[in-house]
Design a protein around this ligand. Structure first.
Ligand code: GTR
Length: 432
C-alpha cells in the first residue's frame, strides 16, 4: 500500500468515526403528533416475569415485589434499606396563625448527628379545634418552605436552589424577596378550613436538584471510597421519595395529625417523587400526582412530549444510570408507568394533567391510570371508573381519580379543590 492510499484509508476511517460520533449526538425532538405515537404493547402488571398469571391477591403481593424491584433497579435506583436514627428539633411553634385557625410548627429532622447537615425542615400547619387528629397532605416544594406562605417568621431556607431571579433566588440562595412567591400553589387557608393539615419540605434539603452526588443524603449511605451511586442505586428522585417517607416518620409522631390518613402529593418532578414514595411506602394512605409526566404517571412507551431519552439527557441525576438503556428504546423496559401506579393499589390515587401541558402527555397519564385499574379491581376496588378520556375540567373519580384541567403546567386552586374532595371521599369512608 503506498503512502497516498494509506492516507486515503485513514481519512475514510476518521470520516466514519466522525459521522458515527455525529449520529451518537442525542436527538430527542419531542413528538406531539398522536399519529406518530409508536405501536406499543404494555407489560401486563398481572403477569409475572416468567409468564405465570397473577390469579389472586396473594399472587399480587409477590408480583408487587417483583415490579418494585424492577422499578428500583431499572428506573429510580434502589433506595437504601438501612434505617437511620433520626433526631428532631422543634424550631418554632405558633398556636395562633391564620387568625387563630391553625397551629404552625417547624421541625428540623437531622439525618446524621444533631446539629449537622444534611437535615430537612418540615413546615406544618394543623387546624385548631378539630375534634380528631387531622388528615394531612405532605408534599415537597421547589424553592423553600418560606415560599409557600408569606408569614415572615417562617425560616428562610439557606440551602442551594436553582437560580430564579424572578422568584428572588439569587446566586442559588433564597433572599427575603422570595418569601411567599409560591403562595398560588399552596392554598394553606383553604386546606385548613377543610379540616386538613399541610406539611411541606424543601426538596433541596434532601437532595439539591443538580447533577452532584456529594451533596444531599446520598453520601450518608456510601460504601468506603464511593463517590456516586452505582448503576442501580438511587438518583435524586429516589432520594426525594425517601425524604418523604422520613417526613412521614415524623408526622406519625405528631398528636394532632392522623398518621393513617396522610396523602403524599407532588407537582411535576416532585409528582414523580410522590408517586415513587407512595409506591414504596404503604403507610401513605393516598397518593396525588399533579402533572408528573415522563418518569411519573405518563406511559413511557408513548414517547409523546418528554421522552425517556430526553429526560435522562436533561436531568442525568434524577433516575439511576440503568434507566439510560431505555433512551429511544422504551419498548425494552420491563415495566411502564401504569405499573408504578398499580403499586399504589388498593390505596386511593389521583392523577391530574393540564390541557396545555403536552410535554407531560396528558393522554399518557390518563391511559396509565386506566391500565393500573385491573390491579385495583383484583384487590376489590374500582380503580378509574372510565376508559374514555374525560373532557377538560370534568374529574372522574373511583379509587383512582383523574382530571385534565384547562390551562398549563401548574398546580392551582382548581387542582387542590379536587384533591380535597377526593380526600373527603376516601378519608371519611375508607380509612380506619
Ligand atoms: C421539566 C421536566 C419535567 C418536569 C418539569 C418540572 O423541565 O422536563 O419532567 O419535571 O421540569 O418539574 O417542572
Amino acid at each position: 500500500m503506498n503512502y497516498s492510499t494509506l492516507l486515503f484509508l485513514l481519512s475514510l476511517v476518521s470520516l466514519s468515526l466522525f459521522s458515527s460520533n455525529m449520529s451518537a449526538q442525542p436527538d430527542f425532538k419531542p413528538n406531539y403528533d398522536e399519529n406518530k405515537v409508536p405501536a406499543y404493547t404494555l407489560p401486563n402488571p398481572l403477569v409475572f416475569e416468567n409468564g405465570d398469571a397473577v390469579k389472586n391477591q396473594a399472587d399480587w403481593q409477590q408480583r408487587r415485589t417483583e415490579i418494585l424491584q424492577l422499578f428500583s433497579s431499572q428506573v429510580y435506583g434502589k433506595t437504601p434499606s438501612q434505617s437511620l436514627d433520626l433526631r428532631t428539633k422543634t424550631l418554632s411553634t405558633n398556636q395562633k396563625v391564620l387568625g387563630g385557625k391553625a397551629t404552625r410548627k417547624e421541625v428540623r429532622v437531622f439525618f446524621t448527628e444533631q446539629g449537622t447537615r444534611p437535615y430537612m425542615d418540615i413546615l406544618l400547619f394543623v387546624p385548631n379545634g378539630n375534634n380528631r387528629p387531622a388528615p394531612a397532605f405532605l408534599g415537597l416544594n421547589f424553592y423553600g418552605n418560606h415560599t409557600i406562605h408569606p408569614d415572615s417568621s417562617i425560616t428562610l431556607s439557606d440551602q442551594w436552589m436553582r437560580a430564579n431571579e424572578d422568584f428572588g433566588i439569587v446566586d442559588h440562595r433564597a433572599t427575603e424577596a422570595s418569601r411567599g412567591v409560591r403562595v398560588p400553589r399552596w392554598p394553606v387557608e383553604t386546606i385548613i378550613d377543610r379540616g386538613y393539615a399541610l406539611a411541606t419540605v424543601y426538596c433541596g434539603d434532601i437532595d439539591p436538584d443538580k447533577n452532584d452526588f456529594q451533596d444531599g443524603v446520598h453520601p450518608i449511605f456510601y460504601q468506603a471510597n464511593q463517590q456516586e451511586p452505582t448503576n442501580d442505586e438511587w438518583g435524586t428522585i429516589g432520594a426525594w421519595a425517601w425524604g418523604l417517607s422520613r417526613a412521614l416518620d415524623h408526622l406519625q409522631t405528631e398528636d394532632a395529625v392522623n398518621g393513617d390518613q396522610i396523602a403524599v402529593i407532588g407537582h411535576s418532578r416532585l409528582g414523580k417523587a410522590a408517586l415513587w414514595a407512595g409506591a414504596q411506602d404503604k403507610r401513605f394512605a393516598m397518593v396525588i400526582s399533579n402533572n408528573s409526566g415522563c418518569g411519573g404517571a405518563a406511559l413511557s412507551r408513548r414517547a409523546y412530549g418528554e421522552t425517556v431519552g430526553r429526560i435522562n439527557h436533561a436531568f442525568p441525576h434524577w433516575f439511576c444510570d440503568n434507566f439510560e438503556q431505555y433512551n429511544k428504546n422504551e419498548s425494552s423496559l420491563p415495566v411502564d408507568q401504569h405499573m408504578l401506579l398499580a403499586l399504589i393499589a388498593p390505596r386511593p390515587l389521583y392523577v391530574a394533567s393540564a390541557e396545555e401541558d403536552e410535554w407531560a402527555d396528558p393522554k399518557g397519564e390518563f391511559l396509565s391510570a386506566a391500565h393500573a385499574t385491573p390491579v385495583y379491581e383484583l384487590l376489590g376496588k374500582s380503580g378509574l371508573p372510565t376508559t374514555k378520556f374525560p373532557p377538560v375540567d370534568q374529574p372522574v373519580t373511583g379509587t383512582i381519580g383523574y382530571h385534565i384541567r384547562s390551562g398549563g403546567h401548574d398546580i392551582n386552586s382548581y387542582d387542590w379543590q379536587q384533591y380535597l374532595n377526593f380526600a373527603d371521599q376516601h378519608f371519611t369512608t375508607e380509612s380506619p
